[in-house]
Design a protein around this ligand. Structure first.
Ligand SMILES: Cc1cc2nc3c(=O)[nH]c(=O)nc-3n(C[C@H](O)[C@H](O)[C@H](O)COP(=O)(O)OP(=O)(O)OC[C@H]3O[C@@H](n4cnc5c(N)ncnc54)[C@H](O)[C@@H]3O)c2cc1C
Ligand code: FES
Length: 355
């Protein structure tokens, strides 16, 4: 993966709710191919704020065939970038942007006749909305059940757009809102989407449906609970797709066996046709941080093993990862690792961002 960011102009800024703003980017003709995407994928934005080089990922909420590249950014408490976006960004500003990427994606197949179930909470609606539109527009025979958790009506991002979709695709889309702080007059729609609530939702809405695919995006505990219930209800785990915006699970220390003495390794790194080399101790920092300290400009965003922006392929030697929330099994089998989580386990490691 190249480390190139591209300067894009912000063509539209819309206040979606009190604490969420959407930004649409203009993509020049020469970048159209680089910025093509699948529903579910995300952009990474880069901005210097108070001297710090901040990079944050935001899922595209628009649908690829619309030609629109739109993200929605919810302001989190004390969040540096999300506050900047909600308070300071204006139409006509430009911002550095890394092309769309990510494994959480839906590729529509016009002949499909599938039953999809989508779960979102809060800003987790962004990739889910794109996937929802992709299914409704490009799979004429597929149906969707969307469950969307929020505090109350006023915090529902894209409420009107979802209502319009419901009206336009009345036979194929069912939408159920679940509110933690507002009462809709029934027990099922009140509360948070936890394991118990998910069981209720299955009984009330999904009992007679053979579910083909489930897409989930929201807080970590919610996504894991839905996954667990869905597996119990017979949905194969390979058909349950999760997107995390972050993780609360504490980083574990390097996975090199505790009784193995530490050793010095040489890391050879390939990026955009260039080669770099630097030493790294097996119990030292991760490969991404170590490379950055030597001045190499590598692609990264979350540094938490979630977004996969730092993905690279190990060509020689071995590494171990602290955590991995983003890579698929086949990518791991093909030698890909998350460099923000990777530590050398052999004395020489050759790793490529170009493969
Ligand atoms: C693949 C991917 C896609 C994403 N898509 C979206 C999206 O479409 N819309 C969107 O709004 N965000 C999205 N995010 C989250 C986004 O990248 C940022 O993490 C988020 O905007 C917070 O950044 P910040 O600089 O404002 O907060 P920071 O300054 O990094 O964090 C400040 C504080 O807020 C807490 N915090 C950080 N993130 C969150 C969060 N999401 N919820 C609650 N507390 C948090 C931190 O623990 C910290 O205490 C996505 C993340 C990933 C990895
Ligand atoms: S930077 Fe996000 S997984 Fe490494």
């Amino acid at each position: 993966m190249s480390s190139d960011f591209y300067k894009l102009t912000i063509e539209e800024v819309v206040k979606e709710t009190e604490d969420c703003v959407s930004l649409s980017f203009g993509i020049p003709d020469e970048l159209k191919d680089k910025f093509s995407f699948y529903s579910g994928q995300y952009l990474t934005l880069k901005q210097e704020i108070d001297g710090a080089d901040l990079r944050r990922s935001y899922s595209l909420c628009s649908e690829p065939s619309s030609g629109v590249h739109k993200v929605a950014i919810k302001q989190v408490e004390k969040g540096v970038f999300s506050t900047f976006a909600n308070v300071s960004i204006k139409k006509g500003d430009s911002i550095e942007c890394f092309p769309p990427t990510g494994n959480f994606k839906h590729i529509p197949s016009p002949k499909s006749e599938k039953n999809y179930v989508l779960f979102a909470a809060g800003s987790g609606i962004t990739p889910i909305l794109s996937i929802l539109k992709s299914i409704l527009l490009h799979e004429e025979k597929s149906t969707v059940n969307l469950f969307y958790g929020n505090k109350g009506f006023s915090s529902v991002i894209f409420r009107e757009e979802i209502e319009a979709l419901k009206n336009n695709f009345i036979n194929r889309l069912s939408v159920t809102h679940i509110f933690s702080k507002e009462n809709l007059g029934n027990r099922i729609q009140k509360g948070r989407i936890d394991e118990e609530k998910c069981e209720y939702l299955y009984d009330a809405f999904l009992k007679d449906i053979v579910i083909d695919d489930i897409y989930i995006c929201g807080p970590e505990q919610m996504t894991l609970s839905i996954r667990e219930v869905s597996i119990r209800r017979g949905v194969p785990s390979s058909n349950i797709h999760l997107e995390l915006f972050g993780t609360s699970i504490k980083k574990v220390k390097s996975v090199v066996a505790k009784n193995t003495p530490s050793f010095d390794s040489v890391i050879e790194l390939k990026l955009d046709g260039d080669e770099f080399e630097f030493p790294l101790n097996s119990e030292g920092e991760n490969i991404l941080d170590a490379a950055q300290k030597t001045g190499i400009d590598l692609p990264f965003a979350c540094k938490g093993g979630v977004c996969c922006t730092c993905k690279a392929k190990v060509l020689e030697g071995n590494v171990s990862m602290d955590v991995n929330y983003g890579l698929e099994q086949d990518e791991i089998e093909n030698g890909y690792v998350l460099t923000c989580q990777a530590h050398p386990t052999t004395e020489k490691v050759i790793i490529s961002f170009d493969d």
